[in-house]
Design a protein around this ligand. Structure first.
Ligand SMILES: NC(=O)c1ccc[n+]([C@@H]2O[C@H](COP(=O)([O-])OP(=O)(O)OC[C@H]3O[C@@H](n4cnc5c(N)ncnc54)[C@H](O)[C@@H]3O)[C@@H](O)[C@H]2O)c1
Ligand SMILES: [Zn+2]
Length: 356
C-alpha cells in the first residue's frame, strides 16, 4: 500500500492508496461501536456501499444518500443531513464518512466541520478528481444560488482512503476530467512527473492499476506538500488554480453542466499556457508539450466562444480577484508556475480569441 502524509501539525493525516481495499476503513477508524454516518449517492452506493458496510459491522452505521448532482451540494441537503444526525442521536464522538466524488466529499466535509462544532471525518473518494484533488487539503463547502462553494470551511479529514479499483466504474468523461488535474500537478510542480505522464498515456487511458497508483500518489504528494506550506491559500496554494480562472468562467458561462470541471480546467490551462508563451514566460516548445499531453488524453484544448466582456465578467466573479485586479497563474516552464497581475488586457483578449 502507498501512503502519503499530509503534514499539518496536530491536523496531520495519512492518505492510503491501494487497489481493492475499500474496506480498510474499519481499521482506520479507532474504537468500536462508534456512531458513523456514511454520506453517499445512489450511483456510487450501487457499487460500493455494501462492501463498505460489511467492513463497518462493528460500528453503528446510518447512511445518508443524497441525490447525484452538483445542484445537491446545497444548504438544503446539508440541512437534511443535520436533521438525520440530530434525530438519530449522533454526538461529538460520531464520525462522518464521505463515499463518493467531490460533490459528496465537499458536502460531507462541511457537515463534519460544523456538526457539534466538528466531528471526525473520513474521505473515501471514488472519482479520479476526488482522489487527486478534492479529498486532500481540507476545503469543504456547499454552493449558494449566487455561486459555487460560497459557504464552507477549512476542515481536514482524519484519513483519506483511496481505492483505485473504484475508478473502473467511473464514466469516461469523469475519468478524463480527473486527468486534467493530474497534468496540472506536473505543469506547476514537477517536470519529471510531466515526463512520466507523457510516457504513460496509454497505460493511464486504459486505467492500468500500477500506473494509476503512481499517478495518484504523486499527485497527492504534490498537493500535500503545497497544502502543508500554505493551508489557507495565502500564497503558494494559489498555484493549484492553474487554468481555473479561465475554467471557472467556462463553467459559469455554460451554466455548470455542459462542461465538466476537468474539461474546463484543461481548456483553461491551454489558455493560461498560451498567455504565458505570448508574454514570454514560457517557451513555445513547453507550450506545445502541454498542448500535446492534454490532446493525448482527449481533453479539450479549445474553450467555447464568448465575447471578451463576458469573459471579463465571469473572471471577475471568480474568487481569485484581489484589489479589483485579475491575478493569473501562468506556467513559467514545465514544473513551475507563478502568479501574474497587471497583464495587458488586450493580450489576454487576443489569446482567448486564439484559443476559443
Ligand atoms: N474541496 C476541494 O478542494 C475541491 C477541489 C476540486 C473540486 N471540488 C469539487 O468537487 C466537485 C466535483 O467532483 P467530481 O468531479 O468528483 O464530481 P462528482 O462528485 O459529481 O462525480 C462525478 C460523477 O461520477 C459519479 N461517480 C462517482 N464515483 C463513481 C464511481 N466510482 N463509479 C461510477 N460513478 C461514480 C458521481 O455519482 C457523479 O455522477 C465539485 O463540486 C467541485 O467544486 C472540490
Ligand atoms: Zn480543479
Amino acid at each position: 500500500m502507498a501512503t502519503v502524509k499530509v503534514n499539518l501539525n496536530e491536523r496531520s493525516y495519512p492518505i492510503y492508496i491501494e487497489a481493492g481495499k475499500l474496506g480498510q476503513l474499519s481499521t482506520s477508524i479507532p474504537d468500536k461501536n462508534r456512531q458513523i454516518c456514511v454520506i453517499t449517492n445512489p450511483t456510487v452506493a450501487q457499487y460500493y456501499l455494501h462492501p463498505l458496510l460489511n467492513k463497518l459491522a462493528e460500528h453503528h452505521v446510518t447512511v445518508f444518500e443524497m441525490p447525484d448532482g452538483e445542484q445537491y451540494k446545497s444548504l438544503s441537503v446539508y440541512s437534511e443531513v443535520m436533521d438525520q444526525l440530530i434525530n438519530a442521536g449522533f454526538n461529538r464522538d460520531s464520525a462522518i464518512v464521505a463515499l463518493g466524488g467531490g460533490v459528496v466529499g465537499d458536502l460531507a466535509g462541511f457537515v463534519a466541520a460544523t456538526f457539534q462544532r466538528g466531528v471526525d471525518f473520513y474521505q473515501i473518494p471514488t472519482t479520479l478528481l476526488a482522489q487527486v484533488d478534492s479529498s486532500v487539503g481540507g476545503k469543504t463547502a456547499v454552493n449558494h444560488p449566487q455561486g459555487k462553494n460560497l459557504i464552507g470551511a477549512f476542515y481536514q479529514p482524519q484519513a483519506v482512503l483511496i481505492d483505485t479499483d473504484c475508478l473502473q466504474t467511473l464514466p469516461e468523461r469523469h475519468y478524463k476530467s480527473g486527468l486534467a488535474e493530474v497534468i496540472k500537478y506536473g505543469i506547476i510542480y514537477d517536470n519529471d512527473f510531466f515526463n512520466w505522464l507523457e510516457h504513460h498515456t496509454s497505460e493511464l487511458k486504459s486505467r492500468d492499476t500500477d500506473s494509476l497508483i503512481y499517478a495518484i500518489k504523486r499527485s497527492c504528494e504534490i498537493k500535500a506538500e503545497i497544502v502543508a506550506l500554505d493551508e489557507r491559500e495565502k500564497g503558494v496554494r494559489a498555484l493549484l488554480n492553474l487554468g481555473h480562472t479561465f475554467g471557472h468562467a467556462i463553467e459559469a458561462a455554460t451554466h455548470y453542466g455542459e462542461w465538466t470541471h476537468g474539461e474546463a480546467v484543461a481548456a483553461g490551462t491551454i489558455i493560461a499556457s498560451k498567455l504565458a508563451e505570448v508574454t514570454q514566460q514560457l517557451s513555445a516548445s513547453d507550450f506545445r508539450r502541454i498542448y500535446d499531453l492534454m490532446s493525448a488524453f482527449g481533453l479539450p484544448t479549445k474553450g467555447p466562444h464568448m465575447e471578451w466582456s463576458q469573459w471579463l465578467e465571469y473572471m471577475q466573479r471568480d474568487k481569485k480577484v484581489k484589489d479589483g485586479k485579475l491575478h493569473f497563474i501562468l506556467p513559467t516552464s514545465i514544473g513551475s508556475a507563478a502568479v501574474f497581475k497587471d497583464l495587458d488586457e488586450n493580450k489576454i483578449a487576443a489569446v482567448i480569441t486564439e484559443c476559443c
